[in-house]
Design a protein around this ligand. Structure first.
Ligand SMILES: Cc1cc2nc3c(=O)[nH]c(=O)nc-3n(C[C@H](O)[C@H](O)[C@H](O)COP(=O)(O)OP(=O)(O)OC[C@H]3O[C@@H](n4cnc5c(N)ncnc54)[C@H](O)[C@@H]3O)c2cc1C
Length: 394
């Protein structure tokens, strides 16, 4: 058996990586080009992740999950991301933004009612935070939840919701929705569990023609006088900001892990091509400019990989408090992946520009990681604020 290391800190992590890599190479990679080109979500393939125990990877075993840690989540996202980042984005929205969020912030009655279906794949989940008028400025959201007896009435529109739809016309199944409680101008956020079929909850539109991540459906969702039982509010009234922050840390870490998968794949492709392709009678890898593309990409990838796994090893899924580095890994790894994919296109020349050679898709998918889950500028802002009190780096 191979020795454990920072990327595979235990034999269980090694076994998980083998399992996901084999599945990704055999099942996910072969469908990636077709489903991305057609902007189709591969629901049957997604359901297979349930049988592998990946859909509830960090969810308690009592509720149908696998009970694994943040390193395991990073391994799954790196391996799937190397095969099809769009498919992996839908996996992330389901397993991290919905299932892990419910697992950490719900009570046992809610976990019993909302998690087993998500862990098996019977229900696909998503998380609704962003709005047409409020993304980075999340506290500027305008969706409201007004208490009426034993229920809350939700009104508002959510934008860019991954898994908000599963086809052009069909809603996703279950959602964690953030809304303002008390008064709309205040800072009190609450979160609610909402199921497809609840009166007043509808698909505004499926958002098509994205630059990348095209095998992951994105949607606008509309809430018009949607009545939600108070029993489906997560945590205390007005106290969801901490839950949101806690979940954003894991979101950013696993988006960084997807970036690693993208970069790794791009390096493997350009490295092979640099040997196979001849120019002026010699392989491309004999030329200094090509050597720079390959060598710098590898070194930047390895630096990003070490950063992501060292942060993953320190993250406690039940607590917030790692914002500098969960922002830091995504800030570094997303741009690293985009630059590496860009160099891979350059090394492949005209072929690099063509879908068949994959690297152009890697570049398009990587660009989303500089925007979704927090823009680069949001990471700059958060990190600089948190680093204000830093005197020395240990
Ligand atoms: C494919 C896709 C999937 C997504 N999935 C989800 C999902 O599942 N759930 C969800 O809730 N959201 C989702 N999002 C939304 C995503 O998180 C937001 O797009 C992102 O947070 C940026 O918000 P915005 O688009 O409103 O841009 P804005 O916040 O309007 O930003 C526009 C530009 O201004 C900059 N900017 C804004 N404020 C400042 C500032 N104070 N200082 C400096 N620069 C600033 C930004 O960095 C950016 O460059 C998704 C988005 C995409 C594209």
């Amino acid at each position: 058996m191979a020795r454990t290391d920072i990327y595979n800190p235990s034999s269980d992590h090694q076994a998980l990586r083998e399992l996901v890599r084999t599945f990704a190479e055999r099942e996910v990679e072969p469908q990636a080009h077709e489903f991305n080109a057609a902007e189709r979500f591969n629901r049957p393939l997604f359901d297979r992740l349930g049988a592998l125990g990946l859909l509830g990877i960090t969810v308690d075993e009592r509720f149908g999950g696998s009970g694994l840690d943040a390193v395991a989540a990073v391994i799954a996202h790196e391996e799937l991301g190397a095969a099809d980042a769009g498919f992996t984005l839908s996996y992330l929205a389901h397993a991290m933004l919905y299932a892990n969020n419910v697992n950490v912030n719900a009570n046992d009655d809610q976990r019993d009612r909302w998690l087993p279906g998500a862990c098996s794949g019977a229900e696909i989940g998503g998380m609704c935070m962003s709005e047409p008028g409020a993304g980075t400025d999340v506290m500027g959201m305008r969706t409201t939840a007004v208490r009426r007896g034993d229920a809350y009435v939700l009104n508002g529109t959510k934008m860019w919701i991954t898994n908000g739809a599963v086809s052009d016309t069909e809603l996703g199944d279950v959602f964690l929705v953030y809304a303002k409680t008390e008064d709309a101008g205040g800072k009190a956020l609450s979160s609610f569990l909402v199921r497809k079929g609840t009166p007043g909850f509808s698909l505004g539109q499926r958002l098509k023609d994205k630059l990348g991540m095209r095998s992951s459906p994105t949607a606008e969702l509309v809430f018009e006088d949607v009545e939600i039982p108070a029993a489906d509010r997560l945590g205390a009234d007005g106290r969801a900001t901490l839950c949101m922050m806690r979940n954003l840390e894991l979101e950013r870490l696993t988006l960084a892990a997807m970036s690693l998968g993208i970069a790794r794949r791009a390096i493997e492709i350009m490295n092979r091509y640099a040997s196979d392709r001849q120019s002026f009678g010699r392989p491309l890898r004999d030329y200094g400019q090509i050597q720079r593309h390959v060598a710098e990409s590898y070194a930047e990838f390895m630096a990003g990989r070490a950063y992501v796994y060292s942060v993953a090893g320190q993250i406690d899924l039940t607590r917030a408090g790692n914002r500098v580095d969960s922002d830091g890994v995504k800030l570094y790894a997303s741009t690293m992946a985009k630059n590496v994919a860009d160099r891979a296109i350059q090394v492949l020349g005209g072929f690099g520009y063509m879908g068949e050679y994959t690297v152009e898709r890697l570049w398009r998918d990587a660009k989303l990681l500089e925007i979704g889950g927090g823009t680069l500028e949001a990471h700059h802002k958060n990190m600089t604020r948190d680093l204000q009190s830093l005197e020395r780096i240990r």
